[in-house]
Design a protein around this ligand. Sequence first.
Ligand code: PEP
Length: 240
Amino acid sequence: MESKVVVANHKMNLTVREISDYLKKISKINNKNVIICPTSIYAPYFLQNGYSVGLQNISYKEKGAYTGEISPVQASSMGISYAIVGHSERRELFDEKDYEVHAKVINALDNNMGVILCVGETDEEKDMLRTEYILKKEIRNALKDIKKEDECKIMIAYEPIWSIGSGKLPKNKEIEEIVVYIKEVLKKLGLSNIRILYGGSVNEKNIKELKKLKGIDGFLVGGSSLDPDKFLKIVEVAVK
Ligand code: PEP
């Protein structure tokens, strides 16, 4: 079975002391298919240790008086190669709109960064059979006017919001059907070379089953990426 990409999203967790312990424990990992998205101030620790690093968010501005923001120009000048864009926590808690997600995607791509674009439906949207509508809307709005040559720099993470941090997962068959649907949406946009990840309650116990998913090129891991032992186990299974 082919090797998958594993993206760790640490969110706003871990202290410097914990990061130092984490780095010791994951030192066996030496693979470009693993991308660590730490809290941004810790990025240098992971870069110095040879990891591919992503930010959890990126500005759609180039530079200037935007307190608290980090631009793709700055990130790529440090060697940070990816940005997570449109994570559901940013959309929900920080009221991030589709047009901002789009502007962030374009700014990151134009400045030579890879993009991990998160899309997914809430519990209510799933119950109202609106999953496909939501995915189509989020993907079309985020990826409009993408240059063909940039598609290899994009990964779409399908993250059902009801699955994030809940321990609940869709059935493998349901995820595979969603992948087919996402590929149809992408095809209509003239895009055929975008990798698709799954995210939501991935852990060291279910990774073996999830690795069997057809059409899934990798995983976005939140909670279970915080524990270095669990994360190592996930990587050992997924990246082979
Ligand atoms: C996430 O927030 O992107 C995520 C996948 O979280 P968890 O693995 O904790 O469900």
